[in-house]
Write a protein that binds this ligand. Structure first.
Ligand SMILES: Cc1ncc(COP(=O)(O)O)c(C=O)c1O
Length: 442
């Protein structure tokens, strides 16, 4: 069976409808990645590309880690698949136990899924069901935030706040969802280093929504501690703490979507620990297996789990996936957690954050740069949009960086960076030198 080569025929690319991709634009000038190791990809022509995005915010320990791939291969040879409905296998329980050891205190239980989108829909369903089993069935409303990204399931796009992801399905989104304002305030917070100073009071809008709908009708609020896909929007200092206080006061569950911030991205294992705010549920995926197999998880507190463990002996939650806790994904997860711990990767971002920040902010006076924001090993570099062509400038930067051997991510007119957590200082220099060159030449 032929595989696409360095210059594939357009016709060979047509069968595949690519996700979140401008298919016609891509297929007229395709970019292919053929293999990867450590901090790098290689194209079919043999060009080396420095990975500035950890694949898609997921390959936190770098590519091709033998410890993980060998554990997966061995697992598949031993047990390729096992059902998890009324059955189990040892690796599933082992991974749940290892995960709660690194999780924020109090989040003692795990439900496995296969992706971030499934984790989000699972967390929303658990939140709704929890209120119901405790006799507060009127709590059916869900709250999200503008510019939030929570995957692409109907639950996720309903609580999500990215207009383009909702537009086509507007009439069929979940009913009873409301949104907080996003926290992006470039007038007061442009070029902040770390968490922005201004905007904690934006959390008070939650109080307003709670008063409008009445607490007795609200089940949960879901937010990303750092909104990544919506443009790398950082929480103002004190903002997450205030959300926590208001949720607690009104009996509303707080869900942190840590699909991106989980597993060391901020400098702590989870953003909840980094920011000192413990939610009731956390959604995870991506870094859980170092991106090498699809897997997601929902972490949840003991009171939530235990509320379901009463009554008859039957099934407590009618929810789950054929591939929940797939043996190969569990083996990948176990090997990944071991690797993260052995190499100190869950906290390594903290030791590089200042270097990363200084290197990034050195670009602030370059043409078209209107903001640079950073935290841990995350960066958002915002460019002035070309009038009438939103996203075009950043797309140009993305393609030119790729031509010069650095993979960055474009979202709107923002360049987002989140390299593998094994990155070295010289590679940080390379990323920003390349970005700088490209911006100067625009
Ligand atoms: C915060 C957040 N939640 C959920 C998702 C969805 O994850 P997946 O693409 O694995 O469904 C993503 C993906 O980028 C994400 O960033």
């Amino acid at each position: 069976m032929p595989t696409p080569t360095a210059s594939p025929n357009r016709a060979d690319l047509e069968a595949l409808w690519m996700p979140f991709t401008a298919n016609r634009q891509y297929k007229s000038a395709p970019r292919l990645l053929q293999r990867a190791s450590g901090m790098h990809y290689w194209t079919p022509e043999g060009r080396q590309i420095l990975d500035g995005v950890a694949g898609l915010w997921c390959v936190n320990a770098g590519h091709g880690r033998r410890e993980i791939t060998q554990a997966v291969a061995a697992q598949l040879e031993t047990l390729d698949y096992a059902p998890m409905f009324q059955m189990g296998h040892p690796q599933a329980f082992a991974l749940a136990n290892e995960l709660v050891k690194v999780a924020p205190g109090g989040l003692d239980h795990v439900f496995f899924t296969n992706s971030g989108s499934e984790s989000v829909d699972t967390a929303l369903k658990i939140a709704l069901a929890w209120h119901r089993v405790r006799g507060e069935a009127s709590r059916t409303r869900l709250l999200g935030r503008e510019r939030g990204y929570h995957g692409v399931g109907f639950g996720g796009i309903s609580v999500g706040g990215i207009a383009a992801n909702r537009r086509m399905w507007s009439a069929t989104l979940l009913p009873g969802v409301d949104h907080l304002a996003h926290t992006h305030d470039p007038v007061r917070n442009a070029f902040s280093r770390g968490l922005p100073q201004h905007g904690a009071q934006l959390a008070d809008e939650l109080e307003r929504l709670v008063m409008l709908h009445d607490p007795s009708n609200i089940a949960a609020l879901i937010v990303e501690p750092i909104a990544a896909s919506g443009g790398v929007l950082l929480p103002p200092r004190g903002y997450l703490q205030r959300l926590r206080e208001i949720c607690t006061r009104h009996g509303i569950l707080l869900i942190f979507d840590e699909v991106i911030t989980g597993f060391g991205r901020t400098g702590s294992p989870f953003a909840a620990q980094e920011f000192g705010v413990t939610p009731d549920l956390i959604t995870l995926a991506k870094g859980l297996t170092n991106g090498c197999l699809p897997m997601g998880a929902v972490l949840l507190s003991k009171p939530i789990y235990e509320a379901f463990m009463h009554g008859g002996e039957g099934i407590e939650l009618f929810h789950g996936y054929t591939y929940s806790a797939h043996p190969a994904a569990c083996a990948a997860g176990l090997a990944t957690l071991e690797l993260y711990q052995r190499e100190g990767l869950l906290t390594r971002a903290a030791s590089l954050a200042k270097y990363w920040e200084d290197a990034a902010h050195a670009l602030r006076d370059l043409p078209h740069v209107v903001d640079i924001r950073n935290y841990g090993l995350i960066l958002g570099l915002e460019l002035a949009a070309i009038p009438g062509k939103a996203g075009a400038r950043a797309y140009e930067v993305f393609t030119r960086c790729f031509e010069r051997g650095v993979l960055v991510r474009q979202t709107g007119d923002i360049i987002a960076l989140s390299p593998p957590l094994i990155i070295e200082k010289a590679q940080i220099e390379q990323i920003f030198a390349t970005l700088g060159e490209v911006l100067r030449a625009l």
